[in-house]
Design a protein around this ligand. Structure first.
Ligand code: NAD
Ligand code: UGA
Length: 469
């Protein structure tokens, strides 16, 4: 039986390994993590992450060929294939701070693999890493091992949160990069055979290591660039009376452009788009390519602009002040169907409104209240100037109430801000909400989920991204 060990039981390691275990009953899969809390949760009825369809798979495989363990070294030593799926955040200090990827976790995992290994292993980069990381890892592994053969593969993950299981079941492609040597090719074929249990062969792309590493950064940069492009267009729509949904539809029907990922919004969030683009910017700068770096920087600048623009719109519409006004915040997660709040636009919007002395009542179906408070008060960095932004403290936190129901959030409110596109917000009874709000009642829809015409008929003053005012 082939043995796989995955280091890192997070949003990628957990679902990816659960699907491999489900699709490959002949493979033993163990997911290890240094966080006892996370592993305990993976072994309980309350999984550490919310992802539609995940719980059923874990329940089906756990204890059969899927295991979660804190015994990192033992399981790595036993494995034939070791996936490394640890976090690779942006560095906040030292050389490259604010842009470069922090590979501390990656490097410590690599050193541990070198220390504990007694047999040959395929080491798979699952984390998103700077191009050429495999070279550094190879050095660490080969200089520390006792003549053991390690083959490094790059197998970046393209799943999106909220749809992780369907993305893993039916990926557009699986990408495997390896050394173009006989041993490298053999390792690529071994990993390919794992995916071939359920992914059609023509969707498994093989490339050299550097192409695979760079393709991951490129894919995220292109996806985020589409959102910033449509968001930049949304500002122009508001200024001209065009409707961004109509513009996106009109351009998206051109098969060269395509219709996906053209939803204007309050801004993109998530743990990866900003981090990976900053990483790309840093690599361009280090490669003496400032023009290429500046091009990609602009994608994040437009995203920051979109969030600031939203806050300014709220304040300006409400007669230039939200001080002591009650604002209902519907949605805090960075997108629907996840409880993840990393880089959620809601964090910056809430901070902006709190600085303006607004009284916020926040509701999200999946985000725990303590997570929201932590996010609002945590230190934020200005990535461009690389300085910490002013921290919010207890005084501002007193302006925040977290509630467990969307209707409760809106009672007596002066305004409603929709910051995550949860399906349940589409079917809210806005007449009922209007009746219990202060007048004039405002709705600021950062996700284009409401029917603007209907809400205006009810009596709301409505602002929706990229729609005629
Ligand atoms: P995460 O923070 O949810 O999980 C990482 C886990 O690694 C944590 O539980 C941490 O405790 C563990 N870890 C760190 N160092 C360790 C060590 N030395 N030994 C054992 N465990 C260790 O991160 P994530 O969202 O799963 O992302 C992981 C990587 O995948 C990142 O590089 C990210 O860019 C990439 N990625 C993420 C997504 C996504 O949707 N979240 C999608 C594609 C790629
Ligand atoms: C994204 C990519 O889609 C994945 O392919 C990639 O594997 C992953 O990053 C990663 O490397 O971490 P994810 O961040 O989970 O996945 O979610 P997306 O669906 O891409 O959404 C990202 C953000 O963009 C969300 O805040 C979402 O609301 C926003 N978005 C998305 C828009 O504002 N408009 C759109 O049209 C699409």
């Amino acid at each position: 039986m082939v043995k796989i060990c995955c280091i890192g039981a997070g949003y990628v390691g957990g679902p990816t390994m659960a699907v491999i275990a489900l699709k490959c009953p002949d493979i033993k899969v163990t997911v290890v993590d240094i966080s006892t809390q996370r592993i305990t949760a993976w072994n309980s009825d309350q999984l550490p992450i919310y992802e539609p369809g995940l719980e059923e798979i874990v329940k089906q495989c756990r204890g059969n060929n899927l295991f979660f363990s804190t015994e990192v070294e033992k399981n790595v030593a036993d494995a034939d294939i070791v996936f490394v799926s640890v976090n690779t955040p942006t560095k906040t200090q030292g050389l490259g701070a604010g842009k470069a990827a922090d590979l501390t976790y990656w490097e410590s995992a690599a050193r541990m693999i070198a220390d504990v290994s007694k047999s040959a292993k395929i080491v798979v980069e699952k984390s998103t890493v700077p191009v050429k990381t495999a070279e550094a890892i190879e050095k660490i592994l080969t200089h520390n091992s006792k003549g053991i053969n390690f083959e490094i593969l790059s197998n970046p993950e393209f799943l999106a949160e909220g749809t992780a299981i369907s993305d893993l079941f039916n990926p557009d492609r699986v990408l495997i990069g390896g050394r173009e040597t006989p041993d490298g090719n053999k390792a690529v074929q071994t990993l390919k055979a794992v995916y071939a249990h359920w992914v059609p062969e023509d969707r498994i792309i093989c490339s050299n290591l550097w192409s695979a590493e760079l393709s991951k950064l490129a894919a995220n940069a292109f996806l985020a660039q589409r959102i910033s492009s449509v968001n930049a267009m949304s500002a122009l729509c508001e200024a001209t009376g065009a409707d961004v949904t109509q513009v996106a539809h009109a351009i998206g029907t051109d098969s060269r452009i395509g219709s996906k990922f053209l939803n204007a919004s309050v801004g993109f969030g998530g743990s990866c788009f900003q981090k990976d683009i900053l990483n790309l910017v840093y690599i361009c700068e280090c490669s003496a390519l400032p023009e290429a770096a500046n091009y990609w920087k602009q994608v994040i600048k437009v995203n920051d602009y979109q969030k600031t623009r939203f806050v300014n719109r709220v304040v300006a519409s409400m007669f230039n002040t939200v001080a002591n006004k009650k604002v209902a915040i519907l949605g805090f997660a960075f997108k629907k169907d996840t409880g993840d709040t990393r880089e959620a636009p809601a964090i910056d919007v809430c901070r902006g409104l709190l600085v303006e002395k607004g009284q916020l009542r926040i509701y999200d179906p999946q985000v725990p209240p303590e997570q929201m408070r932590k996010d609002i008060t945590m230190v934020r960095f200005d990535w461009d100037r690389n300085v910490a932004l002013r921290s919010l403290g207890d005084d501002e936190l007193k302006q925040v109430t977290v509630v467990h129901d969307a209707y409760e959030a809106t009672i007596d409110a002066h305004a409603v801000c929709i910051l995550t596109e949860w399906d349940e917000f589409k079917s809210l009874d806005f007449k009922k909400i209007y009746d219990k709000m202060q007048k004039p009642a405002f709705v600021f829809d950062g996700r284009n989920v409401v029917d603007v015409g209907k809400l205006r008929e009810i009596g709301f003053i409505v602002y929706s991204i990229g729609k005629p005012l």
